[in-house]
Ligand binder design. Structure first.
Ligand code: BDR
Ligand code: CA
Length: 310
């Protein structure tokens, strides 16, 4: 049983990540925390509760967090996620409210309340909440089992600017705080997530599962595929954030290399670029692992297998 906190900014692919996590009974989800990102903080907090309700997991508390990045102005990505943040999914006011407490405080309290090494942190949005928590209570850095992050790009270039991936660009200073903290961290950048494409066959297999979570997941992935076609000029959208949960459930589907990782925070042109360096004097001492290869069929099999039950 893996004890998990999920910090996210739903977001269509965050929604699929949440569905995968909620459907996985080998995860004990201690909290879902939300941050402003793809859409505003009020919407990400509502969207997480909508997903929770569709998944029938009101037992998991959702706490709202930072509405703004540490320094830079907010950058939203509603052109990729729709005005609501959930594509064409019908949105509604969720029955269950937010739980009290700011996301950063909840991350601190939850990690401190569990045994050292007892909690994994999954991060699928800008890292503002996580950086705030690390700054406010540095003791949690060494107590986390691992932090598994969707963010950055090395060989793929950027998806929000020529050289930056969205989550890092949206709060580069927060990302730098997290990567420089010394926490054990696994990073799934675009090099990894661009290997995991929602082809028509894969979406059809998901849609064939008649569960509410699978239907909603297929609907938001369809929306992403439309955006991929109309804005990006591709065919099948990458499934970024679900890779984080898939890594936690089945790390054998992924290949990672130890690295040094720094975030560009000083240049307007390349703000949020992730400088990933594999040339290490002592690879065994590295705290950061950069994912290079993904078994995409394995990720979709896992998603279908888990969502079949919900
Ligand atoms: C990341 O940016 C967001 O728009 C997605 O939800 C994902 O977390 C991909 O670059
Ligand atoms: Ca996200």
């Amino acid at each position: 049983m893996t004890k998990l906190i999920i910090d996210c900014d739903p977001g269509v692919d965050d929604a699929v990540a949440l569905f995968l996590a909620f459907a996985s009974r080998d995860l004990e989800i201690l909290a879902v925390t939300t941050v402003g990102g793809n859409v505003g903080a009020d919407l990400t907090a509502r969207n997480a509760r909508i997903i929770r309700q569709i998944a029938g997991r009101e037992d998991v508390p959702v706490h709202a967090g930072a509405a703004r990045p540490l320094f830079r102005p907010p950058v939203e990505a509603d052109h990729f996620h729709g005005e609501s943040g959930l594509g064409d999914l019908t949105v509604f006011e969720p029955a269950a409210p937010l739980a009290p407490g700011h996301a950063a405080d909840v991350i601190i309290q939850t990690v401190m309340a569990q045994a050292a090494g007892g909690v994994t942190l999954a991060v699928t949005g800008p890292m503002t909440n996580v950086a705030l928590a690390f700054i406010r209570e540095p003791a949690i850095v060494g107590r986390l089992a691992q932090v598994v992050v969707m963010g950055g790009a090395r060989t793929e270039g950027g998806n929000i600017t020529a050289s930056a991936e969205y989550n890092i660009y949206a709060d580069p200073h927060a990302a730098q705080v997290v990567f420089a903290s010394g926490c054990r961290c696994v990073v799934l950048g675009l090099d990894a997530t661009h290997q995991v494409r929602a082809t028509a066959e894969r979406v059809a297999a998901l849609r064939a599962l008649a569960t509410p979570a699978a239907q909603a997941a297929a609907e938001v992935i369809d929306f992403s595929n439309g955006i991929e076609r109309d804005i990006v000029g591709g065919k099948s959208a990458p499934l970024h954030d679900p890779c984080v949960i898939a890594y936690i459930l089945a790390p054998q589907l992924f290949t990672a290399r130890p690295c040094k990782l720094e975030v560009e925070t000083g240049s307007a042109l390349t703000l949020g670029h992730t400088a990933v360096d594999f040339r290490l004097a002592d690879p065994g001492a590295a705290t950061i692992q950069w994912v290079t290869e993904v078994d995409a069929d394995g990720v979709f099999d896992l998603l279908n297998q888990r969502l079949a039950g919900q």
